[in-house]
Design a protein around this ligand. Structure first.
Ligand code: GAP
Length: 465
């Protein structure tokens, strides 16, 4: 894992967020190559599950949503993790992730944890020029009066509870969404009204999600800000099982497409007491990461939980009528939910390879070609020979026009260039040498085999595509 983290930083894939100021735990910044890798994975997902299908609709909903969304969805009440605090060092930890439930992993003391309390993981924020910073004054021996920009109320000094005047939740409160799913559910009716789709159909969304994780850890695996790719697939309540099975197959196919070996992917049937509050069935797709076997993505049967809640709280019907009949019902939902960071970590893990070339250790990223951030690197053999540089520029421009992500690389000697390109997973290096000026052919070096072949420039695009 350390090797991968260090390569990601060294070669411009992923940096610690706010690194220059000492970092911000649980946040990561994607560098030029990481950005392209991430985009390649997300585009492949979008093409596979939205663009190439007839039954899918894409949306891009606002991250900030009306607080009622999160009240209705159950997140305000139940999106929590158990938190314990050490009375000695004041460290805070997720109770269910401790190696020893009685021992503080920071100071090593035992018996210093109190009762676990439920910590809500949503990032709360205020929308508009509102603030919640209260001012207070003592009203009597038993009561204080608290004033916020939103309301004025009194608190009993003994119990700490409001006695009178406290309104319901401040309407300015919003949350950074902890899942993209709710932006789909809240647009279900809009999509149905605009497109009249036949059941089953799905709505997909990619985008940021935020969770105030108690213990972010393991590189990007558990971050506080991350990206999700989710589908809510709406089905007739009697047909959820077949849709669930189909998605199971589709997920495996996609994972194969991003180059994950099937023997490293495992399905975990999540027992009822471990399932999210909305799910009647969940399969976690786990992957053998260097940190161990951990969840890569989830497939859940969310029933009509979300649309039912929206109908109840909003008072608007979420029922679907089968065309040409009087059959009306709230559709049930199958939800494949992918985490982009975990997919990237699995892709990097699968691609990371060490071997030996001419007695020297070599590291390379064996990305599938369609995911590689750089498809081809083009170099003149010597950068101080104008005739080579000019021919190489010609080849570079031609390849870039055809393939897009092509890199110009004339730093250091050829050996160093190959090593650098291997480390960023470039499938082919193309070198223009003196023979090129005579025979119009170039040397193409293959990342995985390190074999070099001569290819006519006229055939180059096809041979490296
Ligand atoms: N809408 C359902 C949902 O959000 P989830 O299992 O809580 O379900 C789905 O999250 C996926 O999002 C996970 O399988 C994982 O890939 C990713 N994910 C969740 N929390 C994450 C975190 N803190 N950091 C990175 N990825 C995360």
């Amino acid at each position: 894992m350390e090797e991968i983290v260090s390569l990601c930083k060294r070669r411009g894939f992923i940096y610690q967020g706010s690194d220059v100021y000492g970092g911000l735990a649980g946040t990561w910044d994607y560098g030029p190559l990481g950005t392209t890798l991430k985009r390649n994975i997300m585009d492949l997902w979008w093409n596979t599950f939205v663009q190439d299908r007839e039954d899918m609709f894409g949306v891009d909903a606002a991250i900030l949503m009306n607080q009622k969304v999160w009240q209705a969805s159950g997140h305000v009440d139940t999106f929590t993790d158990p938190l314990v605090e050490c009375s000695s060092c004041e460290g805070r930890f997720r109770a269910d992730k401790l190696d020893d439930p009685n021992k503080c992993p920071a100071c090593g003391k035992t018996g210093t944890f109190g009762e676990a309390r439920q910590f809500n993981m949503m990032f709360k924020t205020l929308v508009g020029p509102a603030d919640e910073m209260p001012s207070s004054k003592k009203i009597s021996d038993t009561e204080i009066e608290v004033t916020t920009s939103y309301d004025t109320f009194r608190i009993d000094m003994t119990t700490g509870l409001p006695t009178r005047g406290r309104k319901d939740a401040n309407p300015a409160i919003s949350y950074l969404r902890p899942e993209t799913a709710q932006g789909i559910f809240t647009n279900y009716k809009n999509v149905v009204d605009s497109f009249y789709p036949d059941l089953p159909f799905g709505i997909a969304q990619q985008g940021k999600a935020f969770r105030n994780e108690i213990s972010p850890r393991d590189f990007v695996f558990r971050s506080r800000e991350f990206e999700q790719m989710e589908v809510e697939y709406f089905v007739h309540p009697d047909k959820w099982e077949e849709a669930f099975e189909q998605w199971r197959k589709d997920i495996h196919e996609f994972l194969e497409n991003i180059g994950l070996p099937s023997d490293k992917i495992h399905e975990l049937e999540v027992p009822e007491n471990d399932r999210a509050h909305y799910s009647k069935r969940t399969i976690d797709f786990e992957f053998d990461y260097p940190i161990g076997r951990e969840e890569l993505l989830g497939l859940a049967y969310r029933t009509d939980f979300d649309l039912g809640n929206i109908q109840r709280v909003s008072g608007k019907t979420m029922e679907y009528t089968i065309k040409g009949t009087n059959e009306r019902f709230i559709p049930h939902v199958i939800e494949p939910s992918f985490g982009v960071e975990r997919a990237i970590m699995a892709v990097l893990t699968s691609a990371y390879t060490e071997d030996e070339v001419n007695g020297e250790k070599r590291i390379y990223l064996k990305f599938p070609q369609h995911l590689a951030p750089v498809k081809v690197a083009v170099s003149p053999l010597l950068k101080n020979k104008p005739e080579l540089v000019s021919k190489a520029r010609e080849v570079y421009t031609m390849l870039k026009k055809e393939l897009g992500n092509v890199m110009w690389d004339d730093n250091g000697n050829i050996g160093k260039r190959y090593r650098r390109q291997d480390e960023i997973g470039t499938p082919y290096c193309v070198v223009i040498d003196f023979d090129t000026l005579e025979d119009n052919a170039v040397t193409v070096r293959d990342r995985d085999t390190t074999e070099q072949t001569r290819v006519a420039i006229t055939e180059l695009v096809d041979s490296v595509r």
